[in-house]
Design a protein around this ligand. Structure first.
Ligand SMILES: *Cc1c(COP(=O)(O)O)cnc(C)c1O
Length: 399
């Protein structure tokens, strides 16, 4: 590693340190205001998200909460099904299960790594209520195709935009195609606050009032009156202000991510890898830059080689979501209701991909180091670490 700093897999610690002075000012303003929830900063975040992206935004406490509120907003019957992709964070399924819906897990498309529209259509039954489009790694799922399937079958569309704030298809922002757009504003996402936060965008004005109440324990303007059984899903003023500040910076951050990705893709075209797709009507926003290698062994050996070079790479996610113990051997002994279809593409992708560090705060020389380490591995410099790893098995890389 020779005195060079370690390049972490994710960049949010750097981001927050760089924003330190702005965050101090915001914190002082919140302290002086004496208002910690439901104040002007939350209103301002809703207003600027609405101006930027459209629809009716409701700032909430997390992406999981945004998804849960969206599933509430579906007003389905217990046992109704929602179609979800095999490559996603467990929240996408957990939120549906919390609302007594049954997630039906389908495979991904090998090029986009998003829902395979053919698999979606094959999974539809008379009980299906909604399609849940997860925009994985910052690339919009094909909302034109998924939207037309949904219309044909009379289904709702929920977008999980947790990894794709600012992504578009045909110039239109994700989160505004479906009935609901659900954003995580966790500190480590492309757009975030200081800890956990989220945003729900509803398209239907009538449902917005109900959902605003639902995330505030069912309260209306009269704070002592609760007219529905809700949940506590408010954002706090500090996070709302930090997110609003970052929203101004998001377009230039996405440009920087795309610039880094262009450098990676140019350097890796001749390597035996499948690179992320940057479909022409869906510019990638690169929350993650995932390269797919030829085998699980190669993915592990590449990550070990990168680690030797002081570069933390990771698998996001190392297993398809329904392979999590919550579904295969839950500690409660009770498997949550869900249905699976075969997911060979996701199984393979999960075990063979590697996410390289990609964040706006990377320096050009760090980007060069990452490129050199990956190309060096394929020139054979990683052969020895590959052997070590073959006996060591899978390496765990944090995230
Ligand atoms: C992060 C994430 C979530 C959950 O968001 P939280 O803010 O952590 O609750 C849901 N879905 C996807 C695809 C995510 O990446």
């Amino acid at each position: 590693m020779s005195g060079l700093g370690v390049i972490s897999a994710a960049g949010h610690a750097r981001r927050i340190r760089l924003l330190r002075n702005d965050i101090h000012v915001i914190l002082d303003e919140v302290i002086d205001s004496g208002v910690y929830h439901d104040g002007p900063r939350t209103e301002r975040l809703a207003a600027i998200a609405g101006e930027r992206w459209g629809g009716f935004p409701i700032p909430v406490s997390s992406g999981t909460m945004a998804l849960t509120a969206a599933f509430r907003g579906l007003a389905g019957e217990p046992g109704d099904e929602v179609v979800v992709p095999a490559m996603t964070f467990p929240s996408t399924l957990f939120a549906a299960i919390a609302c007594d819906l049954v997630p039906v897990v389908v495979d991904i498309d090998p090029m986009t790594r998003n829902l395979d529209p053919t698999a979606v259509e094959a999974a539809i039954t008379p009980r299906t209520r909604a399609i849940v489009a997860v925009h994985l790694h910052g690339l919009a799922a094909d909302m034109h195709r998924l939207g037309s399937i949904a219309r044909r079958h009379g289904l709702a569309v929920i977008e999980d935009c947790a990894q794709a704030a600012g992504a578009t298809q045909s110039g239109r922002f994700v989160g505004t195609f479906g009935d609901f757009g659900c954003f995580s504003l966790w500190v480590g996402k492309n757009l975030g606050g200081l800890g956990d936060a989220g945003l729900l965008i509803a398209r239907d004005r009538d449902r917005v009032a109900m959902l605003r109440r639902w995330v505030d324990l069912g309260r209306d303007d009269d704070r002592n009156r609760h007219d529905l059984v809700g949940d506590l899903g408010r954002i706090d003023e500090l996070d709302a202000a930090v997110v609003a500040h970052q929203l101004e910076l998001l377009p230039q951050w996405i440009e920087r991510r795309r610039g880094i990705a262009a450098g990676y893709s140019a350097a890796f075209t001749a390597l035996p890898l499948r690179l992320p797709s940057d479909e022409f009507d869906r510019p990638h926003t690169y929350y993650k830059y995932a390269i797919q290698t030829a085998s699980p062994h190669q993915a592990n050996a590449l990550m070990a080689h990168l680690a030797d070079s002081g570069i933390a790479a990771e698998q996001v996610y190392p297993v398809p979501v329904a392979s999590q113990p919550a579904f295969t051997s839950p500690v409660t002994g009770r498997t949550p209701g869900h249905r699976r279809t075969p997911v060979p593409v996701a199984e393979r992708f999960a075990r063979t991909h590697v996410c390289l560090p990609i964040y706006p705060e990377l320096t050009d020389s760090e980007v060069e180091r990452i490129i050199d380490a990956v190309t060096g591995y394929y020139r054979g410099e990683g052969a020895s670490s590959g052997k070590v790893l073959a006996t060591a098995g899978r390496v765990e890389h944090g995230s």
